[in-house]
Design a protein around this ligand. Structure first.
Ligand code: SAM
Ligand code: SF4
Length: 489
């Protein structure tokens, strides 16, 4: 494959230029600096007023986010953690959504200094999964009880948009019998892949993409340049507008993220907020989710352990808290890169989605199914628990696991879902769907211990639904119980 001409084919300059305003990006570093500097000493009253706005489930302005980021008083941070937890409860209640990552290929033309997949890394064994291998991976993922997958790819002509689309078709096509005799399949595929042109993105839309996820890594241009020395990823702007192009291609669930540890974390949170604001301004809808991976040791990457901007656990919790308070209705993802105790902590202050039973080696799920040792991975995993172990732990803490993808299937995506979330209505539908999918999970996959705890939790949830006026008023109770009985049989 002629990589150079492939790269020229993928990247279309006019698809960058059209988003510039007076030749400029929406990230203005001097403005971010100015906001962070001028808001260094806010009174407690001012911060509490901002917290009231978050509690009213309103997005904060850049100015307000900068004020929160500058809080020094640890007692005030404690108050912020509590309010963030309350905001999460109001929008998402006690539900957590699960997904499984599926790494399909680690060939890459880029040289990201923090990633084990970068082309110069000779320690990495390169592989692209075949259709048959993908099927095996999906069968294992289904056997754990998952219904959502995020597929992940390096950037390479061998794993181009066509390969991604075909992989998605393969995944949607896998059916597996459950122990209760029903058929299980993946209901939603999200994609984490390199920026694409609009034509390629339309192809992914056609085959039923859920969320399209592209992390900017760092919004700070000089750092971006330094850590992405070559390949398509070296172009900051091509990446910055990846999700604008996705919106124009009709994909209205897009996900942003920054790789924390490359540059100053306060600056990156402001970058994420600028990105959110710009998407909202132009398309009437912000990101569906925000991710905040922390730089994790990766094979052959010195930067991944030596960066001077590595974020400690205390600051990581602050990042999640400020994001929860700034965008109360946006999903926040915490992955198994983090250790269980960190995940628990940030779930409490705001995260809404997580993975479990995670394997990130190429073909690693099938290897696990056959008790083979895993090859080198892109980076180290911090939470090795299985889905069942996490579901059990959460049930013990009265948190319900949702395998729901109904919002997606009923067309409640994009603007519609955001409006519902903003008015906290989505939560009511989600509660019903969470119970139904939890029922499926308990019957089809849960261990005895998980089932025991899960039954108590599900009964508590059903009692709440029965008492809630909203469901009675909208005649949803009869329908819900009918569905429940049908599943529970
Ligand atoms: N190649 C595509 C890209 O770069 O957008 C998608 C796959 S890439 C493996 C997915 C994400 O992994 C990147 O966006 C980056 O944030 C994250 N990542 C890479 N190296 C990492 C590391 N050492 N620690 C934590 N996250 C890392
Ligand atoms: Fe390739 Fe993505 Fe890793 Fe960069 S982060 S080396 S583009 S896989």
């Amino acid at each position: 494959v002629d990589t150079k001409s492939w790269m020229e084919q993928v990247k279309r300059q006019d698809e960058v230029d059209r988003y510039l305003i007076n030749g400029e990006d929406f990230i203005h570093e001097s403005e971010i600096r100015y906001q962070l500097d001028k808001n260094k000493s806010c009174s407690k009253d001012e911060i509490e007023q901002i917290l009231e706005k978050s509690l009213a489930i309103e997005r904060l302005s850049l100015d307000e986010t900068a004020k929160l980021l500058n809080v020094k008083d640890e007692n005030l941070w404690e108050e912020m953690y509590e309010v963030a937890a309350e905001v999460k409860k109001r929008v998402y209640d006690n539900r957590l959504v699960f997904f499984a990552p599926l790494y399909c290929g680690n060939l890459c033309i880029n040289s990201c200094k923090y990633c084990g997949f970068r082309k110069e890394n000779k320690l990495e064994e390169r592989k692209v999964l075949t259709k048959e291998e993908i099927k095996k991976e999906v069968e294992y993922i289904l056997s754990q009880g998952h219904k959502r997958i995020i597929v992940v790819f390096g950037e390479h002509p061998q794993t181009d948009a066509e390969y991604i689309a075909n992989s998605m078709k393969t995944i949607y096509g896998v059916n597996k019998r459950t122990r209760s005799g029903s058929t299980s399949r993946i209901r939603r595929i999200n994609v984490n892949a390199a920026p694409m042109n609009v034509e390629d993105l339309k192809l992914l839309k056609e085959v039923g993409i859920g969320t399209y996820q592209v992390f900017q890594e760092t919004y700070h241009k000089a750092t971006y340049k330094e850590v992405h020395p070559s390949g398509l990823k070296a172009d900051y702007r091509w990446r910055l507008y990846a999700l604008h192009r996705a919106m124009d291609a009709g994909i209205d669930d897009v996900a942003i993220g920054a790789l924390f540890g490359l540059y100053d974390w306060r600056f990156e949170v402001m970058g994420l907020m600028c990105h959110t604001e710009d998407l909202e301004k132009r398309f009437g809808i912000g990101p569906h989710t925000i991710s905040f991976p922390r730089l994790t040791p990766a094979s052959g990457s010195e930067l991944s352990t030596s960066s001077k901007y590595l974020v400690n656990d205390a600051d990581f919790k602050k990042i999640v808290t400020v994001l929860r308070l700034s965008v109360p209705y946006t999903g926040l993802i915490i992955t198994a890169r983090e250790k269980p105790e960190i995940r628990d902590d940030v779930i409490n202050v705001g995260c809404t989605q997580l993975d479990a039973s995670t394997k990130i080696g190429i073909g690693a799920y099938d290897k696990a199914a056959n008790s083979e040792k895993e090859d080198k991975q892109q980076f180290a995993i911090g939470d090795l628990r299985t889905l069942d172990e996490v579901v059990k732990y959460l049930a013990d803490n009265e948190k319900i696991t949702s395998f729901c993808t109904a919002g997606y299937r009923c067309g409640r995506t994009g603007e519609k879902i955001m409006k519902l979330l903003e008015s906290c209505t989505e939560g009511r539908f989600c509660k019903l769907n969470a119970i139904l999918t939890y029922r499926e999970y308990l019957d089809d996959y849960a261990s005895e211990e998980t089932k025991e705890l899960g039954e108590k939790l599900i009964q508590k949830e059903i009692d709440e639904v029965n008492k809630e006026e909203f469901y009675q008023k909208h005649n949803l109770l009869v329908m819900f119980h009918e569905y429940y009985e049908r599943i529970a049989k």
